[in-house]
Design a protein around this ligand. Sequence first.
Ligand code: ARG
Length: 599
Amino acid sequence: MIALRELLSNRIADALRAIGAEGDVQIAPAQDEKFGDYQCNAAMAIAKKQGKKPRDVAQSIVEQLRIDDMCELPEIAGPGFINLRLKPGFLAKTLMDVPAQAVEDNDRLGLPLAVTQETIVIDLSSPNLAKEMHVGHLRSTVIGDCIARVLEFEGHNVIRENHVGDWGTQFGMLVAHLRRIKPDVADNPASLVIKDLETFYIEAKARFDADDEFKTEARETVVALQRGDPLIRKIWQAFCNESLRHCHEIYRQLNVRLVDRGESFYNDLMDDVIRRLERLQRENPGGAVRESEGALCIFLDGFTTREGQPLPMIVRKTDGGYNYATSDLATIVDRVERLHANRIIYVVGMSQKQHFEMLFAAAHKVGIAGANIAMEHVGFGNVLAPGGRPFKTREGGTIKLKDLLNEAVDRARRVIDQPPTDDSKRPTDLALSEKDSIAEAVGLGAIKYFDLSHSLMSDYTFDLEIMLSLEGNTAPYMLYAYARIRSIARKAGASPDARLTEAAIALEHPTEIALAKKILQFADVLQTVSRDLRPNVLTDYLFELAKAFSRFYDKKIGVRVIDATPESIRSSRLRLCDLTARVLKLGLHLLGIETIEQM
Ligand code: ARG
């Protein structure tokens, strides 16, 4: 499948060159289908530069445009927009060029790989191991996974790193507590099972707050941990392994792959980072790396406090200790020098926006990352509880992510047991075990889809009712739309046979043409998602595709499919059904959601 926007852009670029006006082709999907499918806004900018009338420039672009194999005659509108409308014959041919599905699980719909393949590190999920994962960790995990899937699909070498918090003062407290309640843990670390990490943390904290002797012990334990005391390290490792086991239960359930690369991994590298910075400080005493009030700092242009004072990034505290910034500089050293990454993407909440801005500026400034290394922070808003409140239990504790996932699966089970709301029959003969796996797919899919369908910047309210609804922009709706198309194919006795995949496509009816266009926009959409790293562009598109299909298949406004005549029209339409299903399946897969054939 070719990306139509890119193809049209190339044609327009040729035309711009022909009129001696190279530059931005400015092509975008049309706002309203009344005006065509794509709109080119280049004439306005060129006219301004050349001191001409925009409509005249648009006219000369159109005269040079070699596009009649793809589009109807371009129209010039308003101040000088060029409106382009794709020809049904071109759409049909482009759809027929989509290769047949070769291997069931590896359908790329003929989409190309990226021209330059990069090594990309994605920093995702990254909970703090002291406590159990809560709903706040959902977004980074799900968004990071989706971005990774899209970039992997383009053929990049993607390394998914789980930068868990496994280092620092809290771990002294936890290890000291663990030693008290389970004295044999060092001899028998594998036997450690913590049923509930949340309670464990609360107990340790309560003891820390109430007992001065324990407080001292906890502090000594941190020092011993960081010094590398073998016994303390062993107990700390046992705790981390146990906590990671909890995390990986969730990753398994969500079908998210990643490698654990916690803060502790960078412990030695942090010394190295500081040595490099000290060298810079010696070489250039008045430079960006300077001491301030006993702390080692990197001073960066453009970062100031509220009072207008320079705001440095502290990399070694007055007490000699390192901090979050030090460890994140070390992640960059490791990712650039060991992993040879040329792009690093941090999927972390918006609250850390400034940390990452300073981190990236600092890494470039001190030469840890060259100008060729792209670093991006994909930030996101909060998940709120119904009513817009912070997500807490009635007692003020955190709600565990595990419990939320299980609740979604339970509720999905109830949705599946409901009779269908429209006239299409749902199979009633599903086996119990099948129902369980469908509930799992629908429930978890619903949570993921709902999260991904919100724009990254906005907060959203976690509402199982809405996310499990069979109507609207939800996973159940999308999964159901997919299953329904598959059942049409089964009923027609057409899937996936050779006659169908070779059938000629003819597009006549408006709903048929609209569906064809939607299917072919998939390539444009994937390019946008990978360029902007915005999963909701993909969910919005899939929702529109499902709606275009509903109109196409609608008894009143659409066309006949299974009982269409003659056979050539029937098979053309069945092939459109098949292509729609394949796009839905691949699109959902890239969101981390697997389709089900029957629902
Ligand atoms: N553990 C951190 C937190 O819970 C997130 C880490 C994000 N990744 C990073 N490289 N800083 O806030």
